[in-house]
Design a protein around this ligand. Structure first.
Ligand SMILES: [Zn+2]
Length: 473
């Protein structure tokens, strides 16, 4: 027998792991506490269960004592751990990084950091951004609007050895301009007539979007009828191609107008007034999904007033390069800080979650309208990956139980992905997208950040290894 020299050992081990994942034997998670977020009460947890995964799908879930292991199965003993469906963030933006330089239309730091450089960096850093999502237990995300190169982001995720499933929308069909974001392939395009809207939707449909997105900004003096006609034309064009319409509409009147026009997905809370019966009736008629995005407004306020601080989860699971830049306000020369930011820094505002948004989340939930957890990650102060834990903690302040929050991040997310038959629950035939947690997520949503393993399409990842591979300590 020959001896393998040490210098060959490491590459051979890497090869063995590669082969194990590529030509995987069935995988068995044994002695698991399997969480079923679609169920209520004690039925929501199967104790001492076995989950058998074959290829990229779940083959069997049953009591450990009665579930036989397939021949040659790779067995992972997860005794004392909780297995949940992979988390889904139904509102993210890959063209934004979460740092100070990512939205010059909100805070223009071009004098210090050119926006073109920031966007270039975000493109190059995509493999790491994909990994922070997986490390946080997030196995699917919906990028709900960006430049046309968003479609390349989706393709890159599909090719990547370590990425969540990515669904995308292209450029936003918008009521207003955002010239500072236009580097030749703008994420936001101003539309002034139904005909223009239809033409842009057609251009996007050629790229097979998962959503068409409208940025419905209504300012005083704007003609509601004229704006609604644009949204309706957009909806008709999208629906004719079998694509759902997502709408940004943060005021009650605007949200109701969006619903009348045919919106399928409201990507933010209604934050200016209590949701009324008319809203609820329209939402039910359209069978919408509602995404509260509670943290994102707070993220901006913290970051632009110099009071943003990483949570423990963010220190562990955030992109180290983005984390390093989050404190940049302290080192940027005063004359290069935008006036608005200087004002906020001089008198930092009290940052707290919107009570109206919390009450509306509760109202929507109680009315039986599906809720999908989403962070709006990529916006200033809202990091890709671990910001889901900030968001889910805030959702409990609306009175949702940990089980209900988990339901929104799995079952609700699967609806936002348009993949309810494949994602969001742990059952035979479903895609094997799972997270294995060290602590009980139904006792405290904070435990959702304690993933030991993350499984996507049957492939097993370890968060710590993912983070080390992108430079985390
Ligand atoms: Zn957004």
């Amino acid at each position: 027998m020959t001896t393998i020299s040490r210098r060959w050992l490491a590459p051979l081990c890497a090869l063995a792991l590669l082969l194990a994942n590529a030509y995987a034997a069935p995988l068995a998670l044994v002695h698991a506490n399997v969480v079923h977020p679609e169920r209520d009460g004690p039925d929501a947890v199967d104790r001492d269960a076995t989950v058998i995964i074959d290829g990229d799908r779940i083959r069997e879930v049953g009591p450990a004592a009665e579930t036989g292991l397939p021949k040659g199965a790779r067995v992972i003993d997860v005794k004392g751990k909780w297995v949940i469906p992979g988390l889904i963030d139904s509102h993210v933006h890959f063209f934004q990084s979460g740092n100070l330089y990512t939205r010059p239309d909100a805070a223009d730091f071009n004098a210090w950091m050119p926006y073109a450089k920031e966007v270039e960096r975000n493109k190059k850093r995509l493999p790491a951004t994909f990994k922070v999502w997986l490390a946080s237990g997030v196995t699917s995300v919906v990028d709900i609007g960006g430049p046309f190169w968003n479609f390349e982001v989706r393709a890159a995720a599909e090719r990547s050895p370590a990425a969540p499933r990515v669904h995308v929308a292209g450029p936003l069909i918008s009521m207003v301009d955002r010239v500072k974001l236009d580097l030749g392939d703008p994420p936001i395009i101003k539309i002034t007539s139904p005909e223009e809207a239809r033409a842009l939707v057609k251009r996007e449909l050629a790229r097979k979007p998962d959503y068409i997105k409208v940025w419905y900004i209504h300012r005083e003096g704007d003609d509601f009828a004229k704006q609604e006609a644009i949204v309706r034309a957009t909806a008709e064009e999208a629906h004719a191609a079998g694509v759902r319409l997502a709408v940004h509409a943060t005021e009650l009147d605007v949200a109701k107008s969006a619903l009348r026009a045919g919106a399928d997905y409201l990507v933010h809370s209604v934050e200016d007034a209590p949701i009324d019966d008319e809203f609820l009736a329209l939402a039910k008629r359209n069978r919408i999904v509602y995404c509260p995005t509670l943290f994102v407004v707070m993220g901006y306020r913290y970051a632009l007033s110099g009071t943003w601080k990483p949570t423990g989860d963010e220190k562990r699971l955030g992109d180290p390069r983005i984390l390093a830049a989050m404190g940049d306000l302290a080192k940027i020369p005063k004359d290069k800080i935008p006036e608005r930011v200087a004002t906020l820094m001089a008198a930092p505002p009290e940052v707290k979650v919107s009570q109206v948004s919390l009450d509306n989340l509760r109202r929507v939930w109680d009315a039986g309208i599906p809720v999908a957890m989403g962070t709006d990650a990529g916006n200033i102060g809202t990091l890709h990956g671990p910001s889901v834990f900030r968001e889910m903690a805030l959702m409990t302040q609306a009175g949702l139980t940990p089980l209900q929050v988990l339901r929104s991040a799995t079952v609700g997310g699967a609806m936002a992905m348009g993949m309810s038959a494949d994602l969001g629950t742990i059952a035979p035939g479903r895609l094997a997208d799972l997270a294995v947690l060290d602590a009980d997520p139904l006792a405290d949503v904070a435990n959702l950040s304690q993933a030991r393993y993350v499984i996507k399409g049957g492939k097993v990842y370890e968060p710590r290894a993912l983070m080390r591979s992108i430079g985390a300590k």
